[in-house]
Write a protein of this length. Structure first.
Length: 571
């Protein structure tokens, strides 16, 4: 049976997705889930409140608001939302209103009639997966202009997953939890059951297998941990590299914290909305997101701007700006969002052969309201090995070395993503570091990146040759999809030491860097010019002393970070 994958709001247009082939008109009886984003109120007040609770120098630092308070602050005016809801229900959709959105389920036929449009079915050439999406023009009634920002879930193809597994090869050296403990000064760090950390997967992605997790814990000799809560659909019969990697390393590094697993059927808008409508006890404190896609290719449909499929990026910018605001709501509630910076360098997967000199930022890493994590690898000539776990007794495990940018040019399967947003401006918490970097020799020509944009990643961690247990076999994985859950686990340990939520943690980490830059291992060698497919790229970002758009502030020295945090927060 072919697996049906919902068409999502953030993904590649047909012209950029040769793996997807149009096969038929979408069956009119098929049901679709979609989200209607209605205008948010008090966006400026939201941003000010978010920045206040996130800034360690603010008297309101850490004074997080409840979900109900935040949703009330940003709620779409009732009369406006009711008009949109009435219009949607008049077309036979089943809908439920939220603070500033409406979540709906309807048939293909009803969607086509509502938008005077056609939907087609596309099939993936390798997996056989099917998606139904709008094809060509669509129309909104004039009465909905100004009352709908956009509709998410009716256009675009699912993003490719970052985690890529391969069989172990002889003579290879592997990254294991002992590597992280040794390289990042985690000896003796303790978590707390009061801190919840979660890996989130998108697009209904199949999950991990408990047998694999049990074997991984035994082979790496980490303290045993369980996934105590699962949110969303869960398919443990089809374990996948991404979810397996996320769960195994988030739990192994953030030892002692409480682990959740979250499957989101949609993309970033849906996830942020679901977080803010889950109840006060229904969300984790720290979330690891190992997904990214081109910031200019975040497709959706809008009465006011073209979607990606219509050939314009204005719609993507509207989507990204709105999700950034949604992420501010999440942070104002005290939830920490950690995002992979991407696996295909400064050009990303939508320009794999570097056909243009302009660099391509990836989202959600380019959001100023998440902590973006890049990837490093050890310089091969500096690697030390060791380890006492059963896996390391049978294989060669890395214990340390000099970190460089993770790149296909230096033997990795991926190149760490990084660059500058074309939507969000440079946030104040990183302004001095970004200004120093763009005035130096590590950046491309002025016209090839947005020097006034949010720079990412914020930090980095190892992203090469991670051991995972998958489908009963020992496998190896590269990716920022490894460095993100590792960093999220370490943040869980910091939260346990602090005694509570960290919220949007980037301003605190930059403050720690200013207080003691040795709390981060500076990465000064390498660049992210290459993609996963080509090293013939002439633009990208170089690693330099201090913050850079390849590895951020560098990789963490956990106990120095912890010490500086306690001093800054007077704990």
């Amino acid at each position: 049976m072919l697996r049906i994958v919902a068409a999502l709001a953030a993904l590649a247009a047909a012209a950029a997705s040769p793996m997807w082939e149009k096969v038929a008109r979408a069956p009119k009886h098929e049901t679709l889930d979609f989200t209607v984003a209605t205008p948010m109120s008090n966006v400026d007040g939201l941003q000010a409140a978010f920045e206040a609770v996130s800034d360690p120098d603010s008297p309101k630092y850490g004074m997080f608001m409840t979900k109900s308070e935040i949703n009330e602050m940003t709620a779409t005016p009732g009369w406006m939302k009711n008009e949109v809801l009435t219009w949607l229900q008049s077309h036979g959709h089943s809908c439920s209103a939220r603070s500033d959105s409406i979540k709906c389920r309807g048939s293909v036929g009803a969607v086509e009639k509502m938008l005077s449009a056609r939907m087609h079915t596309y099939q993936h050439s390798k997996t056989g997966d099917l998606v139904h999406q709008l094809d060509g023009s669509y129309t909104f009634p004039a009465s909905m202009e100004g009352k709908i920002d956009f509709v998410s879930g009716l256009s675009g193809f699912p993003v490719e997953h970052l985690g890529r597994a391969r069989a172990l090869t002889g003579g290879e050296q592997f990254t294991v939890p002992e590597t992280i403990v040794s390289a990042y000064n985690l000896q003796g760090a303790k978590g707390s059951s009061s801190i919840t950390q979660a890996a989130v997967e998108f697009q209904g992605y199949p999950a991990y297998a408990q047998d694999d997790l049990t074997t991984f814990i035994q082979q790496t000799a980490v303290p045993s941990f369980d996934i105590v809560k699962k949110v969303g659909p869960f398919n443990g019969n089809e374990p996948q590299p991404e979810s397996t990697l996320d769960v195994e390393y988030l739990g192994a590094v953030g030892g002692g914290n409480t682990n959740w697993y979250w499957t989101e059927q949609g993309w970033m808008l849906e996830f942020a909305q679901d977080l803010m409508n889950a109840g006060e006890s229904g969300t984790p404190d720290i979330v690891s997101m190992s997904y990214s896609w081109s910031e200019e290719d975040q497709c959706q449909i809008s009465p006011n701007a073209p979607s990606c499929g219509a050939g314009g990026v204005a719609g993507s910018k509207a989507f990204v700006a709105r999700v950034n605001a949604e992420f501010a709501k999440v942070g104002l509630n005290g939830i920490t969002l950690v995002a992979s910076s991407g696996d295909s360098g400064a050009h990303g997967r939508t320009d794999p052969m570097c056909q243009r000199p302009i660099t391509t930022p990836s989202f959600p890493a380019s959001s100023p309201n998440v902590l973006a994590v890049g990837a490093t690898q050890f310089d091969a000539s500096t690697i030390t090995t060791g380890g006492s776990s059963p896996f390391c007794q049978a294989n060669s495990c890395k214990m340390g070395g000099t970190e460089i940018v993770c790149s296909t040019k230096t033997g990795a399967a991926i190149t760490s993503g990084g660059g500058f947003s074309n939507v969000a401006s440079t946030p104040s918490y990183q302004s001095s570091q970004v200004a120093a970097y763009i005035s130096g020799p590590g950046v491309p020509a002025a016209g090839d990146f947005n020097s006034t944009g949010r720079g990412y990643p914020d930090v980095a961690a190892l992203g090469h040759a991670y051991y995972i247990q998958l489908n009963g076999e020992a496998m190896a994985v590269d990716g920022t999809s490894a460095s993100a859950p590792v960093m999220a686990g370490m943040l869980g340990l910091l939260a346990a030491k602090k005694g509570g939520k960290l919220g949007h943690v980037a301003p605190l980490l930059y403050k720690i860097y200013e207080a003691d830059n040795s709390a981060f291992n500076d990465v000064t060698e390498g660049n992210n010019f290459c993609t996963e497919s080509s090293c013939d790229c002439t633009t990208g970002f170089k690693a330099t002393k201090g913050w850079d758009a390849a590895t951020g502030l560098g990789s963490p020295n956990h106990f120095k970070m912890e010490k500086a945090m306690m001093k800054i927060l007077n704990l």
